[in-house]
Write a protein that binds this ligand. Structure first.
Ligand code: NDP
Length: 452
């Protein structure tokens, strides 16, 4: 048996219920096979066995009090996966589905993604099985404070720097940072995604969406194409989806969809700047449902209980580019087949692992451009890295400066993916390229440290 197959078998036997983690590990490790032959020193040093095991996984109780005075309890986590090349870095997710397996998948992906950014950041992820939807600001604040009461013992500007993810945006980061500051009496870069007046970076809110579009534009350019005139399907309606649409509009494309966990809207006329401003107000301020968009604008269809990928499959919509920006495993093999049939030639993942292995197989067989999340959505964490640099220097860069750096980083990630794919015999394969380029940097550092 190869070392890669041994490691995968061990993961599955040890933690049989962590399906998302198995999926992520299998995707990464199977593409690392070519490194096994080229780097016997990594095999000897047990790098493949060690890289799939988090440095530590913390689990804790989060008690809080709701508006009626009832005591509630949620489960909080922080998975500190690997700090070989820098402090642990990765978001916090608040969603009822959160469990250790999902956070291990996200933390594992983050290790390779962060290495790809060229910045010195290790990988981690955390969160809680808390549902912010339907809670008052006061309830969210008390939950965030309860969460930070424990988390503050384990994080620090040079140790572990969390950020946002699903269910954690500017409001939640504010409550958590405010409480950290109160507990520790220090104003330091311990969280990213902060507000501009208290240590945040310009362009951080935009960075994941903008970065994903920059990456997709680089992929399209390899086929002498661009976003100009393209019809684009976007899923999600949160942070990533919103700024993805803003950048596609800027580059001359037309985004026709948004969805949340209740429904999908399709607007054939395109989601222009004014409509996007409405979505931002609806989602970020009123915390409403995307179906309201269909009541407000004429000619818009609303599909309750269907994702945009279901709509493409069931109702035969035509799209040129797909930018999934909601959650893991939202596109399965049949959705991917429907996308190819719909004329889609490029998929770039704003979300983490939105495509199942069957979907990825369809993209690869059909030879459409496919940018996996760990490369395509790395702009968010890269700009978090830039926020950390500004915090350390106690300086703020301009919007143009941060955007220019983000754009440069996305281009260099794109180039690194293609170079590694070429060097390891899989030209044009962004999955292999991203995994190998990220892995080599972390593996070399782990090797240098000896067995620790
Ligand atoms: P948000 O919480 O801002 O938005 C998530 C959106 O996706 C919401 O509209 C939500 O709908 C929808 N959604 C969540 N789960 C489901 C589901 N099961 N089915 C359908 N829709 C769903 O999160 P982000 O935009 O920050 O994150 C989106 C994705 O991007 C995630 O995979 C995240 O890990 C990834 N990502 C985010 C980064 C960032 O900087 N924020 C960085 C890199 C990756 P509803 O409101 O109904 O829950």
């Amino acid at each position: 048996m190869s070392v890669v197959r041994d490691v995968l078998a061990k993961i599955k036997a040890t933690d049989p219920d962590q399906f998302e983690f198995h999926q992520a590990a299998e995707e990464v490790l199977s593409s690392l096979e070519p490194t096994v032959q080229k780097h016997p020193e990594f095999v000897k040093a047990g790098i493949y066995e060690r890289i799939v095991e988090p440095d530590r996984a913390l689990q804790f109780r989060v008690p809080w009090v709701d508006d009626k005075g009832n005591v509630k309890v949620n489960r909080g986590y922080r998975v500190q996966f690997n700090n070989a090349i820098g402090p642990y870095k990765g978001g916090l997710r608040f969603h009822p589905s959160v469990n250790l397996g999902i956070l291990k998948f996200l933390g594992f992906e983050q290790v390779f993604k962060n290495a790809l950014t060229t910045l010195p950041m290790g990988g981690g992820k955390g969160g809680a099985d808390f549902e912010p939807k339907g809670k008052s600001d006061g309830e969210v604040m008390r939950f965030c404070q309860g969460f930070m009461r424990e988390l503050e013992k384990h994080i620090g500007a040079d140790t572990d720097v969390p950020a946002g993810d699903i269910g954690v945006g500017g409001r939640e980061i504010g409550y958590m940072y405010g409480y950290y500051k109160k507990l520790r009496n220090e104003h330091t870069g311990v969280l990213t995604g902060k507000g501009l007046d208290w240590g945040g970076s310009l362009i951080r809110p935009e960075a994941t969406g903008y970065g994903c579009v920059y990456f997709a534009a680089e992929m399209l350019a390899t086929r002498k194409e661009s976003f100009q005139g393209k019809t684009v399907a976007v899923s999600g309606a949160g942070n990533v989806a919103q700024y993805t649409i803003e950048k596609v509009n800027e580059l001359g494309g037309k985004c026709i969809s948004l969805c949340d966990s209740s429904s999908t809207i399709v607007d054939p006329a395109g989601i222009d700047r004014d409509k996007l401003a409405f979505v931002m107000q609806l989602k970020n301020e009123q915390r409403g449902r995307i179906s309201d968009y269909a009541s407000r604008y004429p000619g818009v269809s609303c599909y309750v209980g269907e994702s945009i990928w279901d709509v493409i499959k069931n109702h035969g919509l035509k799209v040129d580019v797909a930018l999934p920006s909601a959650t893991q495993n939202e596109i399965d093999g049949s959705h991917a087949q429907a996308l190819v049939k719909a004329g889609c030639t490029c998929v770039a993942e704003g979300a983490n692992m939105p495509s199942t292995p069957e979907a990825i197989h369809v993209y690869q067989e059909s030879r459409i451009l496919y940018g996996p999340g760990k490369a395509a959505n790395a702009g968010g964490v890269a700009t978090s890295g830039l926020e950390m640099s500004q915090n350390s220097m106690r300086l703020s860069w301009t919007r143009e400066e941060v955007d220019q750096r983000l754009h440069g980083i996305m281009k260099s990630i794109h180039k690194a993916c293609l170079s590694a794919a070429d060097a390891y015999g899989r030209p044009g394969d962004y999955v292999t390229g991203a995994n190998i380029a990220g892995f080599l940097k972390v593996a070399r550092a782990m090797h240098a440290y000896g067995v620790v």
